[in-house]
Design a binder for this molecule. Structure first.
Ligand code: 13P
Length: 249
């Protein structure tokens, strides 16, 4: 039985004061949650106040990206050890916005994943096809490439510590969700890839989240699919009440 994960990705939203107000509203709504892991990924500047605000609650804090090197002359970057030091328990790697706007590659994502695992926290690897790729019949090819590139050369034990997120790019921020069946089909394909690259047992334990216009009114249908182990929520995670109702699906 895979434990569900509901994760919120704030992207480039919220000041420290807004983060504090958000957690004051969210914590009472999810305090007794035992059915899933809850993760929130604020921007770097709000990590410290967020970590402080979730102490003693079931919520853990993630970063939205990191650098693959332990330290060095990389202006503007943050390392795995720095994020652990800041109290992060997880990190989003290769979000489609990083791939689209900041030149993220599978090779770099792989390096980041290894660094995150070595630092002792959980990487959430994002994969997903563009609309043109889906319409051109290339979805499986793209997912296979992003998956195998991202997890290349991980040991089975390391692989068991990652979370995968399937986020079809055409469904992100568009209000156009993949139907539960479409998402489940992609998740099944990704699990087959995991079984082929590692073992069926490792694949069976892999948690695969769906992301792309997840809202309080579609989470139930998505979670009803056995292949869907949770959600990576963008826009709807910015509102504490909406995010709480997704957590309490
Ligand atoms: P939306 O939920 O706003 O579509 O964003 C999804 C996403 O990119 C989460 O990482």
């Amino acid at each position: 039985m895979r434990r569900p994960v509901i994760a919120g990705n704030w992207k480039m939203y919220k000041t420290q004061a807004e983060a504090r107000a958000y957690f004051s509203a969210l914590v009472p709504l999810v305090r007794s949650c035992v059915h899933c892991d809850i993760i929130v990924a604020p921007p770097f500047t709000a990590l410290a106040v967020s970590v402080e605000a979730v102490k003693g609650t079931p919520i853990s804090i993630a970063a939205q990206d990191m650098h693959g090197e332990p330290e060095g002359a990389f202006t503007g970057e943050v390392s795995a050890a720095m994020l652990v030091d800041a109290g992060c328990r997880a990190v989003i790697i290769a979000h489609s916005e990083r791939r689209q706007f900041f030149g993220e590659t599978d090779e770099r994502a792989n390096k980041k994943i290894k660094a995150a695992l070595a630092a002792g926290f959980t990487p959430i690897l994002c994969v997903g096809e563009l609309l043109a790729e889906r319409e051109g019949g290339k979805m499986e090819e793209v997912l296979a490439r992003q998956f195998s590139g991202g997890v290349a050369a991980l040991t089975g034990a390391e692989f068991s510590r990652i979370i995968l997120a399937y986020e079809p790019v055409w469904a992100i921020g568009t209000g156009r969700t993949a139907t539960p069946e479409m998402a489940a089909e992609a998740h099944r394909f990704l699990r087959q890839q995991a079984a082929a690259s590692f073992t069926p047992e490792r694949a069976a334990g892999l948690r695969i989240l769906y992301g792309g216009s997840v809202k309080p009114d579609n989470i139930k249908g998505l979670m009803a699919q056995v292949e869907i182990d949770g959600a990576l929520v963008g826009g709807a995670s910015l509102n504490a009440e909406a995010f709480a109702s997704i957590v309490n699906f």
